[in-house]
Design a protein around this ligand. Structure first.
Ligand SMILES: Cc1ncc(C[n+]2csc(CCOP(=O)(O)OP(=O)(O)O)c2C)c(N)n1
Ligand SMILES: CC(=O)[C@@H](O)[C@H](O)COP(=O)(O)O
Ligand SMILES: [Mg+2]
Length: 622
């Protein structure tokens, strides 16, 4: 039996001798590589946090001491050591364990995450709760250098620095990488900190352990005695933290004593550890971006290039380059999702018009707004789920001033393995209620390209939503043509029943419509809704059905209902979409079928609602 196989709980880990931990780290790293290569998942970040994870559970009394991971994509080792080793093969699969921490999954998962930069706020809340309840456990937040770039992390540091009575340890896991290479002034600052203090500071750990004022005095005495100026206080010290580091985050011999020392200190503590993304697997070390999030692969061969269908992301990336080539006002903006949003080629071709602003969705949107005020043509490429972070910026900074910003809303609808945290289920509901906004949903690749051109040419804020992955495989015209503004189209003429479908729901609706003899419309625009088409379909049919891959509450179907009500039309209306529950991770096709949004499910729901001679079908909820 290996050391790892004997650990089903951190208490068992804590029974190991310190000299056994390096072997355990080796075993854990190997286990993670094999396990992720079979399930798919976030590999590079997990290989990089093996030693840190072991050290944290070894030194701290988890789960009594609260461990809060930022983003949570690096918690596979934590899952393995906290009793979930045997379930790792189900990671990110339907009814399997999540790829992120989840409170419902384990008492060791103190805070649910997956969107970044929440850890310091949440940990500070916990630490304050401990004080208020008169309890003396400790709270530790682990945050990456990428996640640290977000405003929310600074809001938390700002607040924590003046709460000197809490026992909070913030660990900055600095691997000098976000998903892509890190950007921004903070990254440069961290690099300076590392070059100046690395290892030298580790030797000085004893001094770093002194409480803040004593340490300041020690610094002044040292300056005086040696007659030279020691490095100025770090930014984190200026924020009110006791800063320790940087130390080598792969060296258990420095991690463990440093954490043991910090464990005994009161007040806000800050430990800067340096790790390498992909550590221990040469291919991931060499290309941490490729191995950030992987599908299944053979570890011996690594990830091999595969012939795949064109994704919507690629459609967007190609469109952006084509449009930028003819319009030099175009500026492309991404909040830290260069690869995921399809901007790699754009950056290479138009580096001066490419802006990765870091994990800073709010800033990305208002930065775009500022550009628009000066006649530039910003295109904000953003996942639907991450636009949630910038809602006020969308309303207050863009829409209210009717600024000409184009939004490319990728990952709209269910996303699959990342699950509920990343699902783009709400953008229809939250965008369509904003005055001045235009919102389109692409039903195929070519329409996506045409809609992007339509949004771009529209002289106000406009968004195009499209799903993760590939579309139906429609040929893409090279021309930069538009779709008729505010107009839908009939895709199939039938009678009795009309299905009004939005975006990727057009294809399954056409199939369901063919089965039911129904008319099917591709509505294209959620806002402005094609009210003329809605009323025409209502006049010509007995029943109406709306289908969308978005929250049915407040969604496109609700827009149709509002339009009918406004026109005084009373007509049976069935609204199909995502139900009012968080839909968990799993294979995207399975998830869609579980909520009745495949052709079979749509037809079955229609039969159930409006009755039919044929036997009822059962929606597959498994
Ligand atoms: C609000 C938000 N924006 C973007 C992302 C996508 N994202 C996930 S991990 C990541 C990089 C995080 O970098 P870092 O914190 O340094 O962790 P590392 O990947 O280096 O381990 C990004 C941009 C996210 N999860 N949340
Ligand atoms: C953790 C995180 O937020 C990203 O790594 C995300 O998982 C990427 O998702 P895509 O694979 O859809 O780009
Ligand atoms: Mg990083």
């Amino acid at each position: 039996m290996t050391l790892l196989q004997a650990i089903n709980d951190p208490a068992e880990l804590r029974r190991l001798k310190p000299e056994q931990l390096n072997l355990l780290a080796e075993e854990l790293r190997q286990f993670l590589l094999e396990s992720v290569s079979r399930s798919g998942g976030h590999l590079s970040s997990n290989l990089g946090t093996v030693e840190l994870t072991i050290a944290l559970h070894y030194v701290f009394d988890t789960p009594r001491d609260r461990l809060v991971w930022d983003v949570g994509h690096q918690t596979y080792g934590h899952k393995v050591l906290t009793g979930r080793r045997e379930r790792m093969h189900t990671l990110r699969q339907w009814q399997g364990i999540s790829g992120f921490p989840r409170r419902s999954e384990s008492p060791y998962d103190t805070f649910g995450t997956a969107h970044s930069s929440t850890s310091i706020s949440a940990a500070l809340g916990m630490a304050r709760a401990a004080r208020l309840k008169g309890e003396n456990w400790r709270t530790i937040a682990v945050i990456g250098d990428g996640a640290m770039s977000a405003g929310m992390a600074f809001e938390a540091l700002n607040n924590a620095g003046v709460q000197q009575d809490v026992n909070l340890l913030v660990i900055l896991n600095d691997n000098d990488m976000s998903i892509s290479p890190p950007v921004g002034a903070l990254n440069r600052y961290l690099a300076r900190l590392m070059s100046g203090r690395f290892y030298a500071a580790a030797k000085d750990v004893g001094n770093s352990m002194l409480p803040g004022p004593v340490r300041a005095l020690a610094r002044r005495l040292t300056e005086h005695a040696k007659g030279f100026v020691v490095p100025p206080a770090t930014m984190f010290e200026e924020f009110g933290f006791n800063y320790v580091g940087p130390i080598d985050g792969h060296d258990l011999d420095s991690l463990i004593p440093t954490l043991e020392n910090l464990r005994e200190l009161k007040g806000p503590q800050f430990l800067h550890v340096v790790t390498r993304k992909g550590q221990g697997y040469k291919l991931a070390e060499a290309d941490p971006i490729l191995y950030h999030g992987t599908g299944k692969f053979d570890p011996a061969e690594g990830i091999l290039p595969a012939v795949a269908k064109t994704t919507y992301t690629e459609v967007f990336g190609n469109w952006l380059c084509d449009m930028a080539a003819i319009d030099e006002r175009l500026v492309g903006i991404t909040p830290a999702m260069r690869e995921g949003s399809g901007l790699v080629r754009f950056e290479q071709m138009f580096p001066e018009r490419y802006f990765d602003v870091g994990i800073a969705e709010q800033h990305a949107v208002t930065f775009g707004a500022g550009l628009a005020t000066e006649g530039m043509k910003p295109v904000v490429a953003i996942y639907s789920t991450f636009l949630q972070r910038a809602y006020d910026q969308l309303i207050h900074d863009v829409a209210l001033q009717n600024l000409d910003v184009t939004f490319a809303l990728d990952r709209a609808g269910l996303v699959g393995a990342d699950g509920a945290t990343h699902a783009g289920n709400y953008d229809i509901a939250f965008v369509r209620c904003i005055p001045n906004m235009v919102l389109m949903a692409a039903s195929d690749e070519n329409e996506c390209r045409r809609m992007l051109t339509t949004a771009y040419r529209y002289p106000g804020p406009a968004a195009v939503r499209y799903p993760r992955g590939a579309g139906p495989g429609v040929a893409i015209e090279p021309a930069l043509s538009t779709v008729p503004f505010g107009k839908g189209e009939i895709r199939r003429q039938g009678k009795g029943l009309a299905i009004l479908a939005f975006g990727p729901m057009v294809a399954p609706s056409v199939a369901a419509g063919a089965e039911l003899g129904a008319t099917v419309a591709n509505m294209r625009f959620i806002k402005p809704l094609d009210v003329e088409l809605v009323t025409q379909l209502a006049r010509e049919h007995d029943q109406l059905v709306t289908v969308e891959e978005g929250s049915v509450m407040g969604g496109a179907g609700a827009a149709v209902a509002e339009a009918l009500a406004a026109a005084g039309i009373v007509k049976p209306l069935l609204m199909l979409g995502l139900p009012d529950v968080f839909i968990q991770h799993g294979d995207p096709a399975l998830l869609l079928s579980s909520v009745g949004l495949d052709a079979k499910g749509i037809a079955a729901s229609i039969r159930r609602c409006f009755g039919a001679a044929e036997p009822r079908l059962v929606v597959n909820n498994s």
